[in-house]
Structures are given as C-alpha cells and as structure tokens.
Design a protein around this ligand. Sequence first.
Ligand SMILES: Cc1cc2nc3c(=O)[nH]c(=O)nc-3n(C[C@H](O)[C@H](O)[C@H](O)COP(=O)(O)OP(=O)(O)OC[C@H]3O[C@@H](n4cnc5c(N)ncnc54)[C@H](O)[C@@H]3O)c2cc1C
Length: 464
Amino acid sequence: MENKNRTKQQSRQREVVIIGAGLTGLTTAFYACQKGKDIEVLESQDRAGGQIRSFHEHGFTFESGPNTGVISHPEVAELFEALKDECTLETALESAKKRLIWKGKRFHALPSGLMSALFTPLFSWPDKFRILGEPFRAKGKDPNESVGALARRRLGKSFLNYAVDPFLSGVYAGNPLTLVTRYALPKLYRLEQEHGSFIKGAIAKAKEPKSERDRLATKQVFSVKGGLEELIKGLCHRIGDERITLNASSVRVTPLEEGFQVTYTNREGEEEQICCQKVVTTIRAYALPTLLPFVAPEEMNLISNLTYAPVVQIAVGVRSTDGIEYNAFGGLIPSCEHKQALGILFPSACFSDRAPKDGALHACFLGGVRRPELVEQSDETLSKLMRHNLTELLHYPEQKEPDLIRIFRHEKAIPQYEMGSGERLEAIERIQQSYPGLILAGNIRDGIGMADRIKQGTHIGLEL
Ligand SMILES: Cc1cc2nc3c(=O)[nH]c(=O)nc-3n(C[C@H](O)[C@H](O)[C@H](O)COP(=O)(O)OP(=O)(O)OC[C@H]3O[C@@H](n4cnc5c(N)ncnc54)[C@H](O)[C@@H]3O)c2cc1C
C-alpha cells in the first residue's frame, strides 16, 4: 500500500490531507477522489482500517472490532453501490433476526409484536400497562437528560433495565445514566421533543412521505462477504495506494497564512512535509492536542476530555455446536444481572462462511464503562471466563473446548457522548471557524457507529 512510485521528496503539495485511514478517513478520501481532488491520507499504523479488522483462521472468519453495522443512512447503501466491483454487502439472514436479552437464568427474545410484548417476562406488568399512557406523558425539559432518566420517566424501570440498558451496553458499552440522549441517541431525543412521545413520533415518522433515497435507509444489519475489512480493501483500492501513506508518525499540523503545513516522520525516520489547502482529522479526541498544537489548551481540553469505554472482544469458534443452535443476531446482558459479559453475537447465524459447516462463531464483549478492569485481565483469565460464558450463557457442555479463542483488547473503544458533549461540539465549531479549511471529524461528533462514520465521510468528502 505504501507509495512505491512517488519520487522521494521532503516537501510536496496536495489539495487536502486526511489524517487517519479508518472508515471515516477512507470514506472521505474516496468521495474526494471521485470529485477529482488531489488528496493524501496519512495513517500512523502499518495498515489501513483503524478499528475495522477481519481475520481468517482454520475456517473461521472473525473481527477484532465491529462485527456488524446498520444501513441506517442512505449513504451506507450508496457507498456499497459505488464499491460493488470491490466488495459485496451482506445483510443478516432473516432467520437470525431475533434479539435476546438475559433475565434470570436464560435468554428471552425481545418482543417483536403486540402479543409477545404483552407476555414477555422481560418487563413488569405495571410497566406494560404504563406504556399505554406514554403518548400522554409530558415531554422532558432538561436538554441534558440522560438516556436512563428519559427511559425511566417515559417507559418505566423494567424497560430501562431490560431494554435500554442492554441496548446501550451493546452499542456504547456505556451507562444509560451518564449518556446524554440529545447526543447519544439524537433520533430518540427528537421523537420526544418534536412529537411529544416516542409512540406518537414513531407513528408520525412511519406516515411521512419518503423519497426513493430515504428508502435506501433501512433497519437491516450488514457486514461484508469475507469480513468487514473487505470494505476497507475496496476503499483503499479505489483511492489508490499512492494516496495512502502508512507508518506516518508524529503527524503535526501548522496553519500557514494560506492553508496548512502537515509534517510527519516516515517509516525511514525522515521528516516529510505536505503543504495543503485543507486538513481533515479523523483521529480520536485524546490524540488531537499533539496533532494540533496551535489550538489553545483550554479550547482543546473541551474536546480531548471525551472519554472512551474500554472493550474486550473474544472471538470463539467451535467446529461442532453439539446440536446447540442460536438462530439469533445475539444476546445482550442487562447490567442488573451482574454478569461478566456485556453480550454475545452469533455472526455465523447471520452471515455466510463465518465458521466451518456444523460449527459456529461467537463474538463475546466484556468490559465497558462498568467493568473497565476486565481489559487488563490476562489471556488466561479471559479464556477461562469465556469457557464459563459458553456453558452459562449458551449452555454448551462444561467440558466443551472451543476450537478457536482470540482475544482483542481495546482500551479506548467507544466514545461516550456524556455531559460536556455540547461544549465539545461548540469548541469544534469555533476551531473550524478560526482556521478555515481545518475540519475536525471522526467519532468525536456525529455518531459512533459505522453508518454514522460513512455518512460523515461522504458529506465531508463531497464538500471538500
Ligand atoms: C470493539 C468495537 C466494537 C464495535 N462494534 C461496532 C458495531 O457493532 N457496529 C458499528 O457500527 N460500529 C461498531 N464499532 C465502532 C466502529 O468500529 C467505528 O465507528 C469505526 O470503525 C470508526 O472509524 P473511524 O475512521 O472514525 O476511526 P478509527 O477506526 O479509529 O480510525 C482512525 C485512524 O486514525 C489513525 N490515527 C490515530 N492517530 C493518528 C495520528 N496521530 N496520525 C495518523 N493517524 C492516526 C488510527 O490508527 C486509525 O487507523 C465498534 C468499535 C469497537 C472498537
């Protein structure tokens, strides 16, 4: 991927430099290239993809970071359409639609209809009846209300504990009582603020006329044939290896009278400079002070104090399931159940070729803001824990030995959009206005999921 053809020069010109070759940076670069911009992506690692990485071992295909996304924005479908010669979008099988929630001693299906909602043991009877009053409940006045407080107020404690809490564990590895609804779940916030109720809002939304483009956004869960990294490879191929510089360390931006100078140390240890009109950063908040040393510390602190939940992901493969079948997307574990795991996904039930025939691939998540110490546990402890999970959560026989266990630690996995998010967004805006041409992107704003990253990258790339 490294530029082999570029003649060696210490200083060069580009229209745009994009910092970070994760999904955001590569999507931005792809669309900027489509518009004929002269761009270059600088990546500190020896590979592109950032948090997205797929592995193939002994007939199993597994991920170290995200496993699935949702086609929640038209930009996702449009990107896959644009890359259809490079990689193949794979949507989760209908048979694996079920979502499971742990309560007591086993998983229960999350209700999908009125009858199942009425008889599910997940929610209390008073809360089930209370739901009928949801459309008539007053809307919240606190713009910084947490998701937990909002859910308890509108839906009741059992919905908070057995729907909202596990959902936020699955998405944010976070705590519903500290995530601020307006930033963490903006669609939900708007439903209440604009329509006065979730139920009324959902009905109004369903009735809204939808353009052909709007209809591209669905609730479908996606991956890519062969693993999510195929999307990264496709993007890199279309951007062109000569525009992606790997192993670029000590990257720094300096504003010039017109434009910017970006300096970095190449893999040979030499300093190189790029002069450009625009810079797009897609790296995480805590790395920004070093990258942009000219921003006043008190302003930068409002961004770099963003906290990230630590996550351990354990990929577990079995060549035979011993007849145990989980035709579901996965199971989530509410924090009030006091288990070690946040949840477990069943990628082989959703997508093709993730495990040998008769086998299964599971992806278990641990840690999060509530159990950060688990990221520091040894491989031995985590493997033991995983074996215990196989028996307790999935009911494999106690003596069952997995054929594959791979542990991935992410000390700073998922940004937490908590109190302070408003100040962070305002600081980003002020910095961008003070330095025209500097764009602060990535998951410090606009959402944490892959779909959000694609949407943001698309818009920035097309507007450069
Ligand atoms: C364990 C885990 C599970 C997840 N699960 C899901 C999921 O199920 N669904 C979903 O939609 N999303 C999920 N996500 C989130 C998803 O992975 C991210 O939204 C997405 O991959 C982020 O892409 P990005 O480009 O914004 O950031 P990154 O992938 O972090 O890319 C940033 C890039 O910048 C590089 N970089 C950093 N500092 C510098 C520097 N100073 N100079 C140059 N380069 C630098 C990094 O090496 C990296 O390549 C998960 C994330 C994790 C960690």
